[in-house]
Design a protein around this ligand. Structure first.
Ligand code: EZ4
Ligand code: CO
Length: 427
């Protein structure tokens, strides 16, 4: 250790690191099917680690945060010091939390775990305590503009192996609704893959009363078509007030949902007390959250059943692991966010964590397009409805620079909602 370190006049533990010092930190942007931001760290000895820093629709803000403020702090730090680096990035910024900051910290954290596991010669889940199960139950996204299309989409997902299915449909009287494929006949995929690359956000419309009337009839039809066994999920995508969410939860009880997701915009955690008093439908929340504090009331008062945080958006493996451990004391399980805007690097990180924790619940799995899979070559598998991260040392993902270079960044916004009278509503 240098004298500078001993006197505390530098914050960079460099000189003792030797071959494990971070020698290079690159912020990589590519858009094979949609935009992805990846942090690649390389040690002096040439060991490479990857972290996902993709924040859908706000990608370049995280690029700037990393490039302008984080990368200069990383060079020379010992890649082995994951905890110290996390605490340093979180506390030294003074400004805490927020999706941009926490996505940047997550990318550093995951890249360092990737490096550590490669140096150990083990798949990352081994460093997190080893496997707690053989495979990870995954759910896919079925959707349809009407019941025949929806049934077709559910059948296609089951043929692909899915043993749990999220169900979203159009609502009579509303033109375009979150979660519904534009052309279900071409495979039943709804999402923005390729992402909507418009200069301005696409406008969708919304009517909560029409939705509340319609959705229970959809689940009744799905249950009578597919029987009681199939686990079914639904995403409310933050559109309801607490009392509306309470009503939907009650109305869906006969159909035995695995979960109802994001029933209200849950930055008001207390709102879930009201929902919880009225319904036994299990609740899942957290894909837009970024720290444990967003879950404090939800977990301590057992107001939810599943934590939806993503490794990518919740400060990485170090931070999300702690949220799951906190949740475990209250019998709350994991349900990590896994849409296509989580890159294969972020997915791999999720799968290693899923495999290791005791309170795993389910993993969302939307499946990336072929161009994305060619850019990020992953070892994780999906067999018979179960995901597994694979047994390559580290995360098990390679970033192909040549393929990535073929797909430059393109502006792509998420859509938004207006009510019939023009009022902006939650999307
Ligand atoms: O709309 O990931 O459960 N999944 C979701 C996603 C989100 C997108 C936003 O970036 O709600 O489809
Ligand atoms: Co969701």
């Amino acid at each position: 250790m240098s004298s500078a370190d001993q006197t505390g006049s530098t914050t960079t533990p460099t000189s003792s690191a030797g071959g494990t010092a971070i020698a290079r930190a690159e912020v990589l942007v590519t858009s094979p099917d949609r935009n992805f931001v990846t942090l690649r760290l390389t040690t002096a000895d040439g060991v490479v680690g990857l972290g996902d820093a993709t924040l859908n629709g706000r990608e370049l803000s995280v690029v700037s945060y990393l490039q302008d403020h984080v990368v200069p702090l990383l060079i020379g730090r010992d890649a082995h010091r994951i905890e110290d680096t996390w605490q340093f990035l979180y506390r030294s910024a003074y400004w805490r939390r927020g999706p941009v900051t926490m996505a940047a910290i997550a990318a550093v954290d995951v890249a360092l775990w990737d490096i550590k596991a490669k140096l150990a010669g083990m798949p990352l889940y081994q460093l997190l305590g080893g496997a707690s199960r053989n495979g990870l139950l995954a759910y896919g996204h079925a959707s349809g503009r009407d019941l025949p299309e929806l049934f077709d989409s559910i059948r296609k997902h089951r043929e692909q192996g899915f043993r749990a299915i999220r169900v979203q449909t159009s609502v009579p009287g509303i033109d375009s609704v979150y979660g519904v494929a534009a052309q279900p006949s071409t495979g039943g995929r709804y999402d923005y893959e390729p992402a909507q690359r418009t200069a301005l956000p696409a406008e969708e419309d919304w009517d909560t009363r029409a939705y509340l009337r319609h959705i229970p009839t959809v689940f009744e039809a799905v249950r009578s078509e597919f029987g009681p066994e199939l686990p079914l999920l639904h995403d409310g995508h933050h559109r309801m007030t607490p009392i509306q969410a309470a009503r939907l939860g009650k109305d869906l009880e006969p159909y035995d949902l695995f979960w109802l997701e994001d029933c209200t915009p849950a930055e008001n955690q207390e709102a879930l007390r009201l929902v919880r008093q009225h319904t036994t439908t299990p609740l899942a929340i957290g894909e837009v959250f970024n720290t444990v504090w967003d879950y404090q009331t939800l977990v301590r008062e057992q107001l939810i059943d599943y934590v939806r945080g993503a490794v990518t958006h919740t400060g990485g493996i170090t931070a999300l692991r702690r949220i799951f451990d906190f949740a475990a004391q209250y019998q709350i399980k994991s349900g990590i966010h896994g849409p296509t805007d989580i890159s294969p690097v972020g997915m791999a990180a999720a799968l290693h964590l899923d495999l290791a924790i005791h309170n795993f619940g389910i993993q969302e799995y939307m499946q990336h397009g072929a161009r994305t899979d060619e850019t990020f070559r992953s070892t994780f598998t999906f067999v018979d409805g179960f995901l597994h991260p694979g047994d390559e040392p580290g995360l098990g993902v390679l970033y192909d620079d040549d393929v990535a270079a073929r797909y430059p960044y393109q502006q792509a916004y998420l859509p938004f909602n207006r009510l019939k009278d023009g009022t902006v509503h939650d999307w």
